[in-house]
Design a binder for this molecule. Structure first.
Ligand code: UTP
Length: 289
């Protein structure tokens, strides 16, 4: 079984729900406490053993590329002032030379299309996809690490899922479950944004995937699905039957940071885990609630 060495981060979306901020700042650069969303996703990938980070960007996303570059002026200034604690923070975010690659999605044709844009950089090997606006939080055992454990056991394709309320299923890709073995569920079918009342289960895809390279040929067909977009879910659904396909129920906290309320909740939850600010944030919440 080939190891999963590469990860795709689709970051080309407009982030409409965060206008006006996203007129000038990519959604993925919005901070949760003090780290941008993209950093949480990259840290999760690194914790799972991913070596190569591939960012699918779009217009006005230069800040992401700059973020993963050296910041010469600020670093030399911090060094001159001996502010080593800040240099250490920057060092912890650094990717090794050649380990970040950027490719552009010229048109927003959907998540499947964005993933397809990375096909030449991925080549003929399994890969991970992480949507950075889904902050899946379990620092002790990050989501992709949980999925890699299943991949090493079952091979094929692995997606992360969470059980969501029935009245939310029309917003997600939903799995039709087969045999269940603890947190691992066999996937029989998959449907993107099923009409209300038609979802095969309440198990929703939450933005983490381990996929085999055969998916690229399916994405290349450019077939449109829900919302007129080239859907990753539709291409994955076509792999089922010819390759192993499993879902792992994520053990941890999910914050949907593509949504304004989810983003605020992530900030509160992670602030309460920071010893240096937790007390004042908790006191403030008590006061206003
Ligand atoms: P979303 O639809 O949630 O993100 O896509 P968005 O478009 O940035 O946000 P809104 O809906 O306008 O507020 C989920 C993920 O897929 C990426 C997005 O960047 C996001 O990470 N995506 C989506 C692409 O990279 N390209 C696309 O064509 C569509």
């Amino acid at each position: 079984m080939k190891p999963v060495r590469k990860a795709i981060f689709p970051v080309a979306g407009f982030g409409t729900r965060f206008l006006p901020a996203t007129k000038a700042v990519p959604k993925e650069m919005l901070p949760v406490v003090d780290r941008p969303l993209i950093q949480y996703a990259v840290d999760e990938a690194r914790a799972a053993g991913i070596e190569q980070m591939i960012f699918v960007t779009g217009r006005n996303k230069y800040a992401i590329e700059d973020y993963f570059d050296a910041a010469y002026e600020i670093e030399s200034d911090l060094a001159a002032k001996n502010k080593t604690q800040f240099l250490d923070i920057l060092e912890s975010t650094r990717l090794a030379p050649g380990k970040a690659a950027f490719v552009r999605q010229q048109q927003m044709l959907g998540l499947g299309h964005a993933v397809g844009c990375a096909r030449d950089l991925v080549g003929d090997e399994p890969f991970a996809v992480l949507l950075p606006d889904e902050l899946l939080w379990n620092p002790g055992n990050p989501c992709l690490k949980q999925m890699i454990a299943t991949y090493e056991n079952k091979g094929g394709n692995v997606v992360a899922v969470l059980e969501i309320p029935e009245d939310q299923t029309h917003k997600y890709g939903i799995v039709d479950p087969g045999a269940v073995d603890g947190a691992v569920t066999e996937v029989r079918k998959m449907v993107e944004k099923p009409a209300a009342g038609t979802a095969p289960s309440r198990l929703a895809l939450v933005g983490r995937y381990i996929l085999q390279p055969e998916i690229f040929a399916l994405l290349d067909k450019g077939e449109r699905g829900a919302g007129g977009e080239i859907q990753l879910t539709d291409a994955m659904a076509k792999l089922i039957g010819s390759q192993a396909f499993h879902a792992v129920t994520f053990d941890g906290d999910r914050h949907d940071c593509g949504d304004n309320a989810g983003f605020i909740q992530a900030n509160i939850a992670l602030a309460l885990e920071r010893p240096e600010i937790a007390d004042s944030v908790r006191a403030f919440i008590r006061k206003i609630v």
